[in-house]
Structures are given as structure tokens and as C-alpha cells.
Design a protein around this ligand. Structure first.
Ligand code: HEM
Ligand code: HEM
Length: 185
């Protein structure tokens, strides 16, 4: 599915549609509601809780889309087998990792982690509002601990996206907005 842009310029390369609109809207919506929930953790209870529930709803939608969505949105397209992940890690250490059109194996593991960790944050937050859980310090620690671990993971996630962008001479962050990536190797 390659469409060549014919504008008479060598700078217009072949490009491939990789991320469908569901993936793109999901990603930037999740970033937005995560940030809103994070910055309202201390006050604005209603906004905080609804942003958190919105994160859970987005994740539920993404899990379904991971089964029925377009090619690179599917978990079967990017969740790696252990040997594939090991090989990729070796390639990264040698600075010679291959380029993937969809998510690379390391990105895939990070993505699964972010989805899981955000779910833990959302569910523990909800439990903190119930009769059963409101006084539990354990839940409070889980909620806030999971937030802090997720922040670290996000820093790594963004750092890796920048690193891979430089390494493969393409702007992966822009691709998450436009849906397109450079064709070829
Ligand atoms: C401004 C900060 C962020 C930037 C620049 C960013 C960038 C990206 C990029 C470039 C990708 C595609 C990676 C690839 O090409 O394989 C991606 C995927 C993803 N990111 Fe982020 N990200 C950010 C924040 C977050 C946050 C806060 C979360 C979750 C809490 C998150 C969760 C995800 C997920 C789940 C995917 C997979 C998308 C999908 O397949 O649906 N990201 N991100
Ligand atoms: C992505 C989702 C979420 C993020 C990033 C997040 C973040 C945070 C943060 C940073 C705090 C700590 C505030 C502080 O003590 O300084 C907090 C506390 C809290 N959050 Fe969330 N939260 C999320 C989802 C939710 C949800 C879905 C609910 C409930 C429906 C919720 C309910 C609470 C409650 C009740 C507290 C106060 C706990 C306490 O007394 O320490 N959160 N959250």
C-alpha cells in the first residue's frame, strides 16, 4: 500500500500508511487524559476521576482494536516471541537494530507495559472511591507507586522514540500524528 507523491522532487519519497485513525486518536487522547489525571491528582477530584476513567475506556477500546483493527494495529502484528525480542535486544546493543514498519519488539513490550500499568492506576483509583477500598493505604500506595513507575516508563518510551527516529532517519512522533512512515528499508 505505497503511494508515491509525484511532485517532481526527489525529497518526496514513497510513504506507507501505517497507523490508522483509531491508533492515532487513541494515542494522543491517552497522552492527554493521562496528563490531566496526573496534574489533578491533588485537587479537582471529579476531573481527576473522569480523566482516569477515560484512560480505562480508551485502553478497553484499544484492546478490542488490537484484535479487529488494521494490520499494524493488531497485537499479532507486533507482540514479539521471546527469541525475536532477544535478537532485537542484541541488535540494539550493537547499534544495528533492524527497522520495523509497525512497532519494534522493544516498543511492543513497552506498549504492553504502559497499557497494563495505566490499567492498574485506573482500577486502584476507582477502588479508592469505593466503601471497600477508600481507607486502604495499600491501595493508595499502589495507585501512587504505579503512577511513578509509569512516569519513568513514559520517559523511556519517549526517549526511545527519539533515539529510533534519529537512528533510522525518520520522525516517529510525526508518524503518530500523520499515520505515514517512510517506505523501504
Ligand atoms: C508526549 C509524549 C509521548 C510521545 C512523544 C509518544 C510517542 C509515541 C510514538 C512515536 C509511538 C509509536 C512508536 C513506534 O513507532 O513503534 C507511541 C506509541 C504508543 N505510546 Fe506513546 N508517546 C508519548 C506518551 C505516551 C503516554 C503518556 C502513554 C501512556 C500512558 C503512551 C502509550 C503509547 C502506546 C500504548 C503506544 C502504542 C500505540 C498503539 O499501537 O495504539 N505514550 N508513542
Ligand atoms: C491515568 C489515570 C490516573 C492517574 C495518572 C492518576 C494520578 C494520581 C496521582 C498522581 C495521585 C496522587 C495525588 C497526591 O497525593 O499527591 C492520585 C490520587 C488519587 N487518585 Fe488518581 N490517577 C488516575 C486515575 C484515577 C481514577 C480512575 C480514580 C478514581 C475514579 C482516581 C482516584 C484517586 C484518588 C481517590 C486519589 C487520592 C488518593 C490519596 O488520598 O492519596 N485516580 N492519582
Amino acid at each position: 500500500m505505497t503511494d508515491t507523491l509525484q511532485r517532481g522532487s526527489a525529497r518526496w519519497e514513497d510513504r506507507v500508511k501505517v497507523w490508522d485513525p483509531v491508533v492515532r486518536v487513541f494515542h494522543w487522547s491517552l497522552v492527554t487524559v493521562f496528563a490531566v489525571a496526573y496534574f489533578t491528582g491533588d485537587e479537582a477530584e471529579t476531573v481527576h476521576e473522569w480523566a482516569g476513567y477515560a484512560a480505562l475506556a480508551l485502553i478497553a477500546l484499544r484492546l478490542v482494536w488490537g484484535v479487529i483493527g488494521t494490520r499494524h494495529a493488531r497485537f499479532t502484528d507486533f507482540v514479539p516471541r521471546p527469541t525475536e525480542l532477544k535478537n532485537y535486544a542484541r541488535q540494539v546493543l550493537r547499534g544495528r537494530e533492524r527497522r520495523y514498519m509497525g512497532h519494534n519488539p522493544a516498543a511492543a513490550i513497552m506498549i504492553l507495559f504502559l497499557l497494563l500499568a495505566t490499567t492498574v492506576i485506573g482500577v486502584s483509583g476507582w477502588l479508592l472511591t469505593t466503601d471497600w477500598g477508600w481507607s486502604s493505604e495499600l491501595l493508595e500506595d499502589l495507585h501512587e507507586g504505579a503512577v511513578n513507575i509509569t512516569l519513568l516508563a513514559i520517559a523511556l518510551h519517549v526517549g526511545a522514540a527519539i533515539y529510533e527516529s534519529i537512528h533510522h532517519r525518520e520522525n516517529l512522533i510525526r508518524s503518530m500524528f500523520t499515520g505515514y512512515k517512510r517506505a523501504g528499508k
